[in-house]
Design a protein around this ligand. Sequence first.
Ligand code: ZN
Length: 249
Amino acid sequence: MKVVYHPRYEEVYSSDPASRAGRMEAILKEVSPHFEVIMAEPATVEDIRLVHSDEHITYIQRMGLTYEVALLAVGGAIKTAELAVSGEPSFGLVRPPGHHASRNHCWGFCFFNNMAISIAKLRKENRIKKALIVDIDLHFGDGTDNVFRGVSDVIYFHPEGQDRRTFAESISQFLGQVRADVVAVSAGFDRHEHDWGGLLKTEDYETIGKLVKGFAQRVCRGRRYGVLEGGYNHDVLGKNVKALLEGMS
Ligand SMILES: [Zn+2]
């Protein structure tokens, strides 16, 4: 399991909670002793155009620092996806997050859709045909859903559950019904019991990681990756990311 990162993700580019000081450092501290860390490179505008309109790109470009860090986040997700399809399970420890970014607009601390662009690029380069995105963030990834609406070869799944058990069961059940060439986790951690959602325990992220790994080994030659979305309690975020990575690896 490799972790794709860049020190510039630590820059405070905005006043939103995804950009808060210390968030990335808290995660890196937990995962870097256990997993090899690889440096991200910025995406190109051509990459961003796979998903976003020129108007949207211009709008984000005017944000200066946010644009620079967002390009690096997309580049990190692309590198993570490329590693995964080369047979190396990987995790993109990136920010800003992306799943609320649609072709022509964005909200919810997102600017460019890291996950959607990474999948679109794999498909454009014919490295995969069919993809499954499992979004475990507390919030529905309307951006990702919008981008791939009507694209039958990209499945977007946002599990729900009344409690920890039914949440994991909904993932397990869904994974039993679908096929794909790669599975990608939009990994938000804001459903944790000490975060906004108040539902999952740290060990549940390991369970989810194992479900994803099992699916990948059964269905898509082990090809699996994750990209960070939400998660805002710095006291537990690092342990939760580590738990998911241990499950997936
Ligand atoms: Zn969220």
